[in-house]
Design a binder for this molecule. Structure first.
Ligand code: NZQ
Ligand code: ZN
Length: 396
């Protein structure tokens, strides 16, 4: 087991009506004026935004709204948010929504207390451990941004086109996360499925490593993966299945707060491959991962067939073939694709986009993904730009 630090300070307020407690949470910490930051229309249509406003008013807080966050959130809106917060004297940022709204809130919070141009943080030119206080209300079980240290944004650059980049620091873990599984009842089927796939992937990217002697982390991971595998199917069959929604939601946080990675070192190669598809084609995050995982897996599994075989047996109930470990590994990869198809997620890039990217586009994505690791990515199996082109092609 590798040495590690595990820091998850976020207070989780979980269950029915959890979102009504946020006014009290913010006021008790001494803040006065809140930016409520969210995406599109569903919060207004469901009346949820009014309840959130009331919770703030009842606690004696004032607020200003900033909607308009889109999936794969744009840094340009976060910059507008920084200006708005300065103008309005905001001292607390509340993100309401999924990973996009929460990450956009984190970006605003960075911008509010740091003097450098915000894009420099995401382009690797600046570092900081300073952020304005943030809390969140989660409305989709997916990224785990509500407890993660990560902020992922899409930047429109002059010289490199559109880039999807992240900045990771423990200071970005929200002070609290209000998580009411009932809020996820209104999710479109595609978002429920994409979120479930993302939760699986956050643990799979940590689980499929070369780390040794991590039995506890392995077993926690396997329990989480089996739970999400089953709960996703239940939530898709009955969108108002509270227990399935609750399991998905809690798994979303536990899958990306660092727990399943304790004792091993990870670098999330499939996320890097998927992020390029989201940057170039605005692909939905979870779906970009299901479209490419098995192509990646088939390229790398021979580096440690036993690891993939254990995944097959423990997560998908594949029977171990002791004479041919590679066969078991491949059966697990196929079982994953089959589960993705069952929940309606794409298992190829052509399925994902409804078209095939050009050679030049695959070259560009591979080049950019490799550059995020200084030329190669992947600790389980090192991947060069050429390997990445091969993966994009195999994923077609
Ligand atoms: O636009 P709104 O109205 O908010 O609608 C959203 C959006 O269209 C909708 N939605 C959310 N909750 C709903 C709902 N619709 C009806 N009822 C509800 N209860 O769902 C759509 C998708 O929302 P989004 O926030 O984009 O989804 P998700 O949570 O999957 O977030 C994806 C973003 O997070 C990043 C992704 O790359 C992507 O940009 N990630 C963030 C991570 C982190 N910060 O730790 C880690 C992840 O690996 C990921 O990279
Ligand atoms: Zn993810």
């Amino acid at each position: 087991m590798e040495d590690f630090e595990f820091y998850t300070p976020t207070k989780v307020i979980f269950g029915k009506n959890a979102e009504l407690q946020i006014g009290r949470e913010i006021a008790s910490r001494g803040y006065k004026k809140v930016l409520v930051h969210f995406g599109g229309t569903y919060l207004r249509e469901t009346g949820e935004i009014d309840k959130i406003h009331r919770s703030l008013e009842d606690a004696g807080l004032t607020y200003v709204d900033l909607g308009g966050v889109v999936p794969n959130p744009r840094l340009s809106l976060a910059k507008e948010g920084v200006d708005l917060c300065k103008k309005e004297g905001v001292d607390f940022i509340l993100g309401v929504g999924g990973g996009s709204a929460i990450d956009s809130s984190k970006a605003i919070a960075y911008g509010l207390v740091n003097d450098f141009p915000l894009e420099d943080l995401f382009l690797g030119k600046e570092k900081t451990d300073k952020i304005a206080p943030i809390g969140c209300i989660t409305t989709i079980a997916a990224t785990g941004s509500e407890t993660s240290n990560s902020t992922v944004v899409t930047i429109e650059t002059q010289d490199q086109g559109i880039l999807k980049r992240s900045y990771n620091h423990d200071c970005a873990r929200p002070l609290f996360a209000a998580m009411n599984p009932e809020l996820t009842y209104t999710l479109p089927v595609y978002q429920t499925a994409s979120g479930a796939a993302d939760i699986m992937m956050h643990t799979m990217e940590r689980y499929i490593t070369q780390a040794k002697n991590v039995e506890l982390s392995d077993r926690i991971s396997e329990g989480l993966l089996v739970t999400v595998r089953e709960a996703a199917l239940k939530a898709l069959t009955d969108p108002r299945d509270y227990e399935a929604r609750a399991n998905l939601m809690w798994a979303g946080s536990l899958s990306h707060n660092g727990l399943t990675g304790t004792g091993r070192i990870n670098d999330f190669p499939v996320h890097k491959i998927g992020h390029e598809l989201s940057a170039m084609f605005d692909a939905t995050h979870g779906a970009s991962l299901t479209a490419t995982w098995s192509a990646w897996a088939k390229v790398v599994y021979k580096s440690n067939p036993a690891r993939f075989a254990r995944f097959a047996v423990k997560v998908f109930g594949v029977e171990m073939n002791f004479d041919d470990m590679e066969k078991t590994a491949l059966a697990g990869i196929e079982a994953w694709d089959e589960w993705c198809r069952k929940i309606g997620m794409p298992t190829s890039i052509t399925d994902l986009l409804g078209k095939t990217p050009s050679e030049a586009q695959m070259e560009e994505m591979a080049e950019k993904a490799a550059a995020t690791g200084g030329g190669t990515i992947g600790l389980f199996h090192r991947l060069t730009k050429e390997d990445l082109v091969d993966i994009y092609k195999k994923a077609l």
